[in-house]
Design a protein around this ligand. Sequence first.
Ligand SMILES: [Zn+2]
Length: 486
Amino acid sequence: MYTGCQKRKSDRRAGQTVVFLLMALTVLVFIFLWNVDLHRIVSAKSLSQNAGDAAALAAARWQGASLNLVGELNLMHALALSAQDSAAVDAITNMQARLCFTGPLTALVAAQVAAKNNRIYARDEFTQRLREHADDVASYDEIVGDNMLFPEPYPGAWSAYSAMLSAIAADGIAAAPDNARFFSDSSGNHILRDPAFYDAVAGRNWCWFFLHHSTSQNPPRTILNDFTNYTWWPPLPPPNPPTFENAEIFGLDLVSHTVELGRMIDSDVLATGAAQQQIDFSGYVETNVMPVVETWYFFHPSCWSSWDIMHPDGPEGFPIAGSVKPEYDYTGADAVIRLYAAAARLTPPASSSGTPHDDILWTAAAKPFGYLESDDGDGMRLRPDAYGIVLPAFRDVRLIPMDAASGSDGGSFDIPWRRHIDEHLPTYVDSGVLDQECRYCRLIGTFEDAAFRQQGIDWLLVNSGLCTLPPPGGGGGGGGGTRRGH
Ligand SMILES: [Zn+2]
């Protein structure tokens, strides 16, 4: 008499089982698909890593080759002088000026080839940015007042340089030169140009404000207390181009000096290089009227300096094992690459607006290295810039840590960031208007909210003692962190 009931019960059980099995099956299918995705993401990650590293190394290799060529030409210049061939001297100086642009742009081409050989494809927003920049460069030679907008390092430089950029953009940019610094970019420190500010607002990292932007420690007083409205920010830094002798992309960080030959020989600068190549100046010096003024290429001393950041006891407490060998201990001329690998997804993306693939960002940096042999015959290795003048010395390229690489205010080809600091910030400090489509602008909006800042003020009143800079060499921690990661 209970059969019906039992039957119904077992029916219901069977139904539950089917539902359970269906759910389990669904979950299994998802796990399977997710695994496939995971596999794709992992393989895209390693793909992007290989491509990014290869692109950075390729670019650095061409930087090194270009530096060596400029160095060889310095020596040829000396030879031409001793042969009293002034036409050759002029041609050599002109060639050096051109190499400072064509060398780095060859590096840009080499980076694209390396990335594409590793199956990374051109990315429209990168190509677009370079194309737009080529158009900007075309107007560098516009006459403003009595002068060109930017002085040309050699006649016709800007139109030739612009044409080279266009030609490279036409092939599509897969590996973006992330440490590019365009002449018209403003540069200089400003809190609104510091990516860490936005991280601190987004993460409510009140310690960051206490450690980096406080006016008083006890009681704690920071910009959270002081800020009033958009008119409160200091003015944005104006464009401050370094020199016009180096390409904006993968620049060699060189500088030309026009000096008397006599002084060059006296200062041993040229003599040392010449002696290494068995060039004899004596004939020239004896037969000619001094002083002869000539143009030579030197390492820019503010770019080619000791690598403080790479020392364990340096200001950044870089976590590195052991000390940096003297012959590797210099900054200057490096290549930073930004690229994305797309990993196609089978499972739906986490956000509803998501694209059907995940973009995996990879950044890599590399630098040419080399050394000069000391001419004392003691086998001592000297930095390539030991004599100031450029001599052929580069024999190697190495990947370098991103944080030890040169950067451009947080990534020249981080497109949303560039749009924010180049386009939105000037409008904002002028009129207070923020772009609501822009994540960084929305974070400024958050900071402008008095209730948000009050939260931080209250927290710091009680907890500012917890805010400490990370111990040297420790990495991580509240206040510091990396400039930008992968
Ligand atoms: Zn913005």
